[in-house]
Design a protein around this ligand. Sequence first.
Ligand SMILES: Nc1ncnc2c1ncn2[C@@H]1O[C@H](COP(=O)(O)OP(=O)(O)OP(=O)(O)O)[C@@H](O)[C@H]1O
Ligand SMILES: [Mg+2]
Length: 269
Amino acid sequence: MARLTLKNVSFSYVEDEPALIDVSFDVKQSEYVTIIGKNGSGKSTIAKLITGLLPELDNGEILLDGEKIKEEQIREKIGIVFQNPDNQFIGSTVRDDIAFGLENHQVKHDDMDKIIDEYSELVSMKPFLDKEPSALSGGQKQRVAIAGVLAMHPEIIILDEATAMLDPKGKKEIISLIHQLKKNDEKLSIISITHDVEEAFLSDHVVVLNEGKVIYDDTPENVFAHHQEIMDIGLDLPFFQKLKDGLIKEGFAVENCQNLSQLEDGLCQ
Ligand SMILES: Nc1ncnc2c1ncn2[C@@H]1O[C@H](COP(=O)(O)OP(=O)(O)OP(=O)(O)O)[C@@H](O)[C@H]1O
Ligand SMILES: [Mg+2]
């Protein structure tokens, strides 16, 4: 059974202007799902609905393990990092901020410093623990927010463009951290809302939104095989797909290649 299910979800902020129309998809236990779509396609609305931040749905339901999701389950099991890091700080220092989240999760005071050290180290923010959040850059704030969420050991993490403000190196670090976390915690499910098609290409499953509707819900290989449709809705193709298309045009028989190393080895006849 899926961990999280969106079933025929429709939602409007303003009457007769639906932001989401009949959206359905599943997130399985331990799955890394990416949601892609151009600006305004409804991605953040999905994240806000899952985390209970918006009023009632117009239609449909959100299920956790097959049952309608409850507020306390959202608090206990789901962690979210928002798109805008300025909206997610409460503490007066980085340390206080992470501690605040842990307190809400009934973590014992004696354990806190160790946990805060461990997770701030993971995102390279340990030297900033006693700084005010307002003194950090956007990317540094985003790292702190990620550390704060990870420290609470959620079962499902939602990242709403959480790496958008990071430099290329920082972005790579966070994405490899996500892959690492998945390895360490085999039950963790990750939903990453992203404009980065390379990240989507490396995820388990891609949901493509356009004008509030799901147009693809499939493996990255199958989704990005719809080259023209993906480009028509304003999205880019991953490097692998572009390279493969170019090679096919030149007459190479690489149609069955699923990744870059297969392309390099020519092992996909
Ligand atoms: N608070 C709001 N009130 C009214 N309309 C809203 C509100 N928030 C979002 N919308 C509308 O809902 C639609 C979906 O917005 P959403 O924020 O989910 O898009 P998104 O895919 O996350 O876009 P982006 O890539 O820019 O973050 C848009 O048409 C947007 O204008
Ligand atoms: Mg958004």
